[in-house]
Structure formats: C-alpha cells, structure tokens
Design a protein around this ligand. Structure first.
Ligand code: FAQ
Length: 311
C-alpha cells in the first residue's frame, strides 16, 4: 500500500500538480516543509523588529502610518505561514517555543541593526526585493497551502519594496547629509542582503532534495544572481553605488558578475553570533511571555463559548 501511495505522490510532483494536506506524503517531505515554512514564519515575525524600532521615531505622520501598515503586513504574513505549517501537523505554540529557545532559525538578515531612518528605505528596497526574488517561485511550490499563501505575501511585498524605494528617492532629492545617509545604509545592507539567499549551491545541503520535490524551483545562487541583475539598474537610477568593486556587466553571460559574500559571516549570524541575535530573540521571548494572559483569556473565552453552544 505504501508503495502505491509513494508512486501517487511521485506522479503528482512529476505532473507539477499540488500536494494537499490530506494527501499522503513522505515524512522527509513533510519535515522539510515544516522546517522551511516555520523558518519563514519566524522571519516575518522577527522581521517586524528592525523596522518597528522606527515607528515611534518616523520623521512625519505619513511615514509613520506607512511603516505601521508595513509592519502589520509582516505580522499577517507570519500568521498565514504558521497556518500553512499547521496544515502539516505542526503546532504553532511549539514552533514559537522552538524559536525563543533558539532551536529553530529565522533569516540572518534580521540580525543587523537599523541606526538611521534610511535603513527603513533600504530594508524595503533590498530585503523585500530579495524576498520577492525568492518567493515568487514559491508561488509554484508543490505544497498547495504554502504556494497559495505566497501569492498574497508577494503582492504585499512588492508594495513594500516600492515604498522603500520611494522613501530613498525622496531622501536622495533632499540634503547632502540625507544622500550620505542613504549611501551609508546601502553600504551596510548590500552584502547581508545577498546572504539572505543562503549558502552557495555547492554548500547547500537541502537544495537537491527540495528542488527534486519542487519546493524550491531555483538554486540559491541563481536567485542571488537574479537579485543582483534586478537591483543594479535601480541603484543607478537612485544614484547610489553598490559596495562591490567586482560588480560589472558581463556581455557574454548577459548578466552581472559580482563578488562573493562573506559566507563565514553568514554562518556566524545563522549560529546566533550576529550583531543583534540575542536582542531579537530576547524581545520575542518577552513579548510572548507578556502575552500569556491574553492567550489564557482567549482560551477561557473560547471554552465558555463552546459550552454555550452545547446548551
Ligand atoms: N538565514 O541547504 P540550505 C521575509 C539555513 S524574507 C538563516 O540552502 P534551504 C520578508 C537553512 O535554513 C526572509 N538561515 O537550506 C520580510 C539551513 O538550515 P537548517 C525569509 C539560513 O532551506 C522582508 C541551512 O542554512 N524568507 O521574511 C539562511 O534549502 C522585510 C542550509 O541552507 C524565507 O524564509 C539565511 N539567510 O534554503 C519581512 C524564504 N540561508 O534548516 C520583514 C523561504 C540558509 O538545516 C521585512 N526559505 N539558511 O538548520 C527558503 O527559500 C530557503 O529556506 C532558503 C534556504 C533559501 C532560505
């Protein structure tokens, strides 16, 4: 029987059809998805912090309301993604426990500080830009609930990217000090943004399997290349320099050549030793602990409501 189910699963993948929660799936496929979707959900939730720091300090009411809305969208993305993980049998409370105990990862990028308001713009431009490159192909991921969640997430993310770029355009039309602030933020975020795509292909243990299962559609290096090709003309238009002396157009390949990110730094940040890892996790933990009474009250209310319905 198991063989038959397995053949059916393989055929579904080969036909490029979706695997749904009720379908049989190999345990390793389920585990890979829970791992990736949980990390993705945690990234959205932890990702609220670096920009969230600027909500109370935004330079105008307009910028404040835009930022508020963006950070709320990220909370929403986190919730869709936790729901997608739940369709695979994961328990959201357990996933949160694993995050605050440091047993599950979130994107390296959210462990860098945001000392100036230009960081808000650069996060939108680079980090949401990188997220879009990585996530648009996930809209065709073989697992239905994840693929469908990605459609709305990508639409919102492309709006986020444009708001970051528009913020930077505004600053570039401002004073010399504002232009310097933008360039300085670009210099700090460029390499960490390239690291978001993960280790190089030769050093990516999960890629082969995830591509065979059509969870991933493109390799880490291919997506990194797409991001560079997409971003270079945007940088020119904005009037900033990307901090890579090896960056140049390669006529033959029809793509840009670029330098190698410091993958040792990526390893360090992933292992908890980035500039803000401890702060990010501590804040998530305290928010979770401070919210305990809300969860208890909601559960008590739901239990009483269930009792009412029984009468
Ligand atoms: N950070 O074998 P691979 C956002 C880990 S966007 C931390 O290549 P895989 C939106 C990897 O998990 C950011 N860990 O793994 C937003 C694995 O560890 P494990 C979130 C990383 O899975 C914007 C190990 O290294 N997006 O939040 C990183 O095939 C602005 C080996 O790597 C997603 O999560 C890293 N950068 O490929 C929010 C997208 N790279 O599990 C707020 C979905 C690698 O063995 C503001 N995820 N690792 O312990 C993916 O596409 C994939 O999981 C990759 C990694 C591409 C990230």
């Amino acid at each position: 029987h198991e063989e038959e189910l397995s053949a059916h699963f393989d055929a579904t993948i080969a036909r490029d059809q979706r695997v749904e929660p009720r379908d049989w799936m190999p345990e390793a496929y389920r585990r890979t998805l829970v791992r990736q979707i949980a990390q993705h959900a945690h990234s959205e939730i932890i990702g609220m912090q670096p920009e969230g720091d600027w909500i109370t300090k935004a330079p105008s009411l307009r910028r404040k309301s835009i930022l508020f809305a963006k950070v709320q969208d990220e909370a929403g993305h986190g919730l869709y993604l936790y729901s997608a993980a739940e369709t695979l049998g994961a328990d959201r409370a357990e996933l949160t426990e694993m995050l605050i105990e440091g047993r599950q990862k979130y994107s390296s990028i959210f462990n860098y500080p945001t000392p100036t308001f230009a960081d808000v713009g650069v996060i939108g431009w680079f980090v949401d830009g990188a997220a879009i490159c990585n996530q648009v192909p996930l809209c065709r991921c073989s697992y239905g609930p994840y693929a469908r969640a990605m459609i709305r997430v990508c639409k919102e993310e492309s709006f986020h990217q444009r708001q970051g770029y528009e913020l930077l355009m505004t600053m570039m039309r401002g004073t010399e000090a504002q232009r310097r602030m933008v360039q300085e933020a670009v210099d700090r975020w460029w390499w960490p943004s390239l690291m978001m795509f993960g280790p190089p292909d030769g050093d990516s243990p999960h890629s082969a399997k995830s591509m065979a299962w059509r969870i991933k559609r493109h390799s880490n290096d291919e997506l990194r290349q797409r991001f560079v090709d997409m971003t270079v003309p945007q940088a020119e238009h904005l009037g900033v320099t990307l901090p890579d002396p090896e960056l140049r157009w390669n006529e033959e390949r029809g793509r840009h050549d670029f330098g190698t990110p410091d993958f040792e730094e990526l390893k360090q940040v992933i292992s908890g030793n980035g500039p803000c890892n401890a702060e990010r996790v501590a804040r998530r933990r305290s928010a979770h602990e401070n919210g305990a009474w809300v969860r208890e009250a909601a559960a008590a209310h739901a239990a009483r409501h269930a009792g009412d319905r029984g009468k």
